[in-house]
Ligand binder design. Sequence first.
Ligand code: ATP
Length: 292
Amino acid sequence: MDLTDTIELPPQPDAPQTVPVGAGLSIFDPVFLGIDEFGHPAYLPMIYRNILIGGEPGAGKSSLLNTIVGHAALCPDVRLCLLDGKQVELGLWKDAADVFVGPDMDHAIRTLRRVQTVMDNRYSFLLARRRRKIGPNDLFGQILVACDEIAYFSATAGDKKDQDLFAALLRDIVARGRAVGIIVAAATQRPSSDIIPPSLRDLFAWRFAGRCTNDVSSDIVLGHGWYARGFSSNSIDPNNQGEGYLIAEGGIPNRVKAAYMTDADIIRVADYATWTRRRSGLAAPADLRTAA
Ligand SMILES: Nc1ncnc2c1ncn2[C@@H]1O[C@H](COP(=O)(O)OP(=O)(O)OP(=O)(O)O)[C@@H](O)[C@H]1O
């Protein structure tokens, strides 16, 4: 389907203000990631989960993150909170996002604090209703916190105090956000302990290791011991960007070639998502906008 066609319908003054779409996506649907080594589609459930994406520069991390953000952008039940120190990796989704953080440490910290407050409020809501987690019928939407290159905020920008604060806030959101519909998808070139505290890194249940420069780096992304058991993303051809080992349901690394959206694809989907969100009012949720 050419989404552009649906966006550029000729004006019909008397027509009802409806959005001409087919069945919508939900963040409760698994995300299509690509194909596995047997040619089967690889789907990844993201609700109640978090994912860490690692790999050497150019391994395809940002592209995979864009695929996850793309799914979320098309879900009316998700708000997007994007952090990208490089700006251009997730920047094409900026208009569809509730918050877009570029190379601005203060903004990053304010945003994570705000997400933390939303998280605490949601837990109070659940407690008051004697429940333990949110579900698809709860009215408040889920939130995807996508961060491209955690290291920019945890080890490069700002001073040590701010970097530690950023890591602590992100760790809290990864640790406690799941049950209240706050999902973290984060990418980094190398999640070693000098760049990302192991206490943060080890909280991510799902892992995707694109090609890594050596077996040790692969183990840092996937978790210690996988190289010894025959799984190292160092074995991936450097020219095979987007391929990597995915640890998800089943717990065993599964070789997956990620789907790839070109810039034109992203722009088309992002424009469509922005348009549908504006129409439905989803693009301006008060609780996140105030963090900007
Ligand atoms: N799934 C894929 N299929 C085919 N090509 C891909 C795929 N993913 C990435 N590529 C190619 O690899 C290039 C680099 O990808 P990407 O920017 O996602 O890497 P990265 O790991 O995020 O790099 P960096 O760490 O430098 O940001 C893309 O521009 C694209 O040409």
